[in-house]
Ligand binder design. Sequence first.
Ligand code: FAD
Length: 479
Amino acid sequence: MRVVVIGGSAAGLMCALVLARGGHDVVIVERDDLAPAADVEAAAAAAFRAAAPQVVQPHVVLATFREILRERLPDVYEGILAAGAVEASLVSQMPPGITDRAPRPGDERLTFLFSRRATVDWVLARAAAAEPGVEVRYGTPVTGLVADDGRPPRVRGVQTARGDLDADLVVDASGRRTALDRWLAPLGARRSDVTRAECGLAYYSRQYRVRDAALPGPLTTRTVVGLDEFVAGIWGGDNGSMQLALAPLASDRRFTAARDPAVFDAVLRTVPFCAPWMDLLEPTTALHVMGGLHNTLRRLVVDGEPVALGVHAVGDVVCTTNPTFARGLSLAARTVAALADVVAATPGDLRGQALAMDRVVARDVAPWYADQAVNDAAAAARLRHVVEGTPAPVESPSGRLDFGRLRAAAQTDATAFRALWRVMGMVGRPEEVYEDPALEERVREVLVAHPPVRPPQPTRDELEAALAGAPAARVPVVG
Ligand SMILES: Cc1cc2nc3c(=O)[nH]c(=O)nc-3n(C[C@H](O)[C@H](O)[C@H](O)COP(=O)(O)OP(=O)(O)OC[C@H]3O[C@@H](n4cnc5c(N)ncnc54)[C@H](O)[C@@H]3O)c2cc1C
């Protein structure tokens, strides 16, 4: 079968490789010129693109992406390691409050992979370039779909700025700002069904190289903490790189000052877990700010009928979630793997394929969208209460297990920590984790014995002094 994949970023490249290795001829059509750079540092330096601004934002690779990559594209996984990405055990990520640090069966599945996103894409792009069944056309924006009339229409290819391309199957991997509904409209097709929920945050971030010095922690550190007025995070990367970010409410205008690197730096110095790193890091990129972050879920089957036949979606086209939870690549891999299986199982049955993909989205994607929507609504309400003085959110009095309680217990309890990363890494389904009575009981006991502690953080005066550009008081180095 001839498949056209729209978009040559993580989801599109994975999809093309998996389908090509399943025996199909695949053409990737990518709007930008993404021919792989000479090496990972050149790739990271050139990574910013308006069409995919998240590529320069901090990333970490969690369980499901790692697992699917190892299963479906093991050479690519090895290539990412060879390019300098670093695996880190689950135990290595435990906070100091956890004393039982013995490894347990199942931990291997929850291994973290530390890599800049540009490095992941660089390895995928090189693999695609070398794959006999994949042709990559860079600098070729898709402008529409070609279809046979029908209810629903049968998609037969894509329109591009350089002419039409025929296809037996079209896969939309064009990311969070897909024009799919605009392309479907002239075909007389129904719109896809998109659900949205507020994420609420904006990302201010920068990438760094670690100077050769005694470090305050391992390079494989991922610490992302919700403070009273913003989220702060530090993520290790490949090849001695670090990624730092501030994520305030997108509506918090005070943080526009943090577009100035000196202010960004000053704010991070007010955060005790970031401060010790600040003198040891040399910036390797500009400071990048990204707003417009939403949780979205797209279904291509509406009222039981596919909006069109011969067109599928993968990656961010299907679902985007709050980036601090690092689920995007895992969701992308899951949709790609499902598509490969569905196409292999029912090659000639386009309606059956569409319905099968939709069942996968309902079963294996939607629960994480819903989990995220609930968590983000609660987190945004807490931030707004502190920052904007809106009414205090009502915390659930029932003591029922939810993400917030699990995360709090995970500060001191190894079982809760494992459960947290099972749900974060999409290895455990949200309902399976939150509705486990034994875990619920354990979390209740842990939180009685160790009530959640407010993380060390700047006072409002210290934060606003940093945002105003005044020299921030240096926080003491602890430990
Ligand atoms: C701030 C931030 C931090 C994140 N951190 C993490 C993390 O730590 N871990 C994690 O797993 N995920 C993370 N994510 C999510 C992850 O980045 C996305 O899930 C991932 O980029 C999705 O890949 P994609 O290929 O679907 O889309 P994209 O990467 O957006 O790629 C879409 C591609 O389509 C191309 N394109 C668009 N329109 C057209 C067109 N008309 N014709 C041809 N080509 C087109 C674009 O140029 C682009 O190359 C983060 C996201 C954000 C926003």
